[in-house]
Ligand binder design. Sequence first.
Ligand SMILES: *Cc1c(COP(=O)(O)O)cnc(C)c1O
Length: 343
Amino acid sequence: MRPFELPETFERIPRLRFLSGPTPLQQAERLSQALSTNIFIKRDDLTGLATGGNKTRKLEFLVADALEKNADCIITAGGVQSNHCRQTAAAAAKHGMECHLVFGGVPPPRMRGNYFLDQLLGARFYWTEKQLRNIKMAEVAEKLRSSGRNPYMIPIGGSNSLGAMGYVAAMFELAEQTALQSLQFDHLIFATSSGGTQAGITLGACMTGFRGKITGISIDQLPDEKSEYKYKSFVLDITNGACKMLGIDHLFSLEDIAIDYSYLGKGYGVVGEPEKEAIKMLAQTEGILVGPVYTGRALSGLIDLIRQQKIRLHEKVLFWHTGDDVTLHAYVDDILGNKIEGD
Ligand SMILES: *Cc1c(COP(=O)(O)O)cnc(C)c1O
């Protein structure tokens, strides 16, 4: 038996293969030098599906489930620069299914970044208020059903217990890589926003005996006590749901879900100085691109945690790169600092 085999219950869940193999685990030498620390990067920006990103791992399970249920079209939702929507559109195209995307807001004047790629991938668009996206998805589904179609709905960010299996598997992948390289991390840092990634990482960490401290850097979610939408409780529910799906007799609690809310800046998708610094620092030390919405913000959080010595200099840190480089193309002026009013 190999050291880190997935349980048999896991192997029974239908899964497609969108990744061609494990994503690289790389030592970031020049970034580490710049911050006087020891940083490694897990390259999930290289997962594939019309570039890459963390949603590819979730979609291996979600699209397999859609096919299992004989769906002929997929509906999902997000922001106009959603990486999840772009990757879903790519996965749907690959399996000959129509992809219907519900966006919050109004169509932007120009087709750029993910929105441009969605169009190339043949997706259809619907627009509504941000808070009404779930209702709109249900409406679109109803309409498709009444015309004889069989739609499959994927929640925002692909975040449910089935989608979280992608990151359970990813933790097993990481465990094999760290075992081969005799590595042990003190910290694991990543961007968290719709919860599926953190749920999968939390459960997978427990199953593989990962010993580092896991911290999701919140991109846009508030602490439960400050918001009607209880994000941490939601992540916990997905985690426990995934656990149950695998037949594991264990119940996680809120203390098992660590989220840092210190880096919300001026809100979702608003690029500030910390994100700009992080994006440029990684690009110019490692030749690796992080994006303005998720990974740039999470990396700026990591940089700050190091500067504040909340992560100490001798500790080994894994930064899980979840993608977002396509989004850069929609934020050129914000990042270069030539934003023109009304653009
Ligand atoms: C969706 C996304 C995240 C957040 O993952 P969740 O599972 O939604 O919490 C992080 N990084 C990128 C690039 C994303 O697109």
